[in-house]
Design a protein around this ligand. Sequence first.
Ligand SMILES: *Cc1c(COP(=O)(O)O)cnc(C)c1O
Length: 463
Amino acid sequence: MRYLSTRGGIAPISFTEAVMMGLATDGGLLLPEKLPTVDAATVAAWRNLSYPELACAVLSLFIDDIPPADLKDLIRRSYATFNHPEVTPLVKQGDCHILELFHGPTLAFKDVALQLLGNLFEYLLKKSGGRMNILGATSGDTGSAAIYGVRGKERINIFILHPYKRVSPVQELQMTTVTDPNVFNIAVRGTFDDGQAIVKQIFNDIPFKEKHQLGAINSINWARIVAQVVYYVYAALKLTGEGRAATADFAVPTGNFGDIFAGFVARHLLPKEIGQLILATNENNLLSRFVLHGDYSVGTVVATSSPSMDIQVASNFERYLYYLNNESPERTRAAMEQFAASGTLQFDPAARARIQADFASKSATEEETVATIRGFHRATGYVLDPHTAVGVHAGQACRRQGVPLVCLSTAHPAKFGEAVKRAIGREPEMPASLANLTGKPTRCQVLDAEIATVKGFVEHHAL
Ligand SMILES: *Cc1c(COP(=O)(O)O)cnc(C)c1O
């Protein structure tokens, strides 16, 4: 399997090269030359596999330059850190099947991708004799998933900036209690935007970037998408087949279009078993406006109780745009340039019809999110986190008679206790892995929000 750029500016590369490249060097996103499909016999054989076995089978369709035994070992180690034997269990609650993606070390779904990505980086760097210094800014959540993805790994150091005293106590503890020598937490005296601006400026210093082999953690690495394809396949195979439903629908709380794009790839594999993909957004409803009205226009970000979906430019959108443009890199590049210049893209009725054949969509207001947590808890006793509730809200609005509905649950409710308390009058139960963080030793460097200060710190501690 070779990989190319949505903007057509690179010669085809291998999976390994795609993982190490991250963002394509022409500014586009990397995609397989051809999306794989599978035959009915393969689907039948997949039904009996455990999660790690299925992950091996699915990932092998996309990866042909890692020996199978090595890939198997990478996958085994990546999902051994999950605290559930099924890795992503599917639980029936009321009229929904909740696909719990939060059993990883940071209790949020980004672990599914970042546990694998951390192991892949280490494995590939060992092979090439390279090293990597990962630098990123977080408003709270992605940072800890990235830190847990690479803690203790050889040939990798990670520097994560978070806004000093402006992340929740749980988020702060999740990051700062990781005291492995390759992990550097930096609390910046400023806002998240200050931290992000500093990171951007450091990446723009190309000689510095090259000298220290700086790497990014963001949702555009192709390895993250393939890791996420697996749980769609896993859930769809559980609900369909002999004596069960023909197809299952999926409600997906989305911000950067990453998770829902993984669903799009999964449906290419299982066009029968995976039915409707329901794209759910919070009040930052850019992607819902795109699906429902063909309007992709940047607005201003509003803060909601589902902060991991508070985005206005969806970093994986270009991948879908490429398919909407019939795999034309020229048209995709032109559209992205137009979007960069004007902040808007408009789609005609023919394109809208195609988009709506690919996705259903619904957004949730803050009131609707809280009402969904409350209503679902009353009906089932099950506590949804606010991101999951956005998905359940959309799923219930778009559900089809007689078709099982899978709602992706992207975070454990205890990570967003305040919003849950507003809905059901009490904090959700704290899982032991979070409760045990209090009192553990921590390591964190507080720095002024100055580029020279942060750069100096990275320079000093870089591998
Ligand atoms: C990142 C995240 C999302 C959104 O995922 P995308 O890949 O950006 O669509 C949803 N919920 C939680 C808890 C997240 O951390």
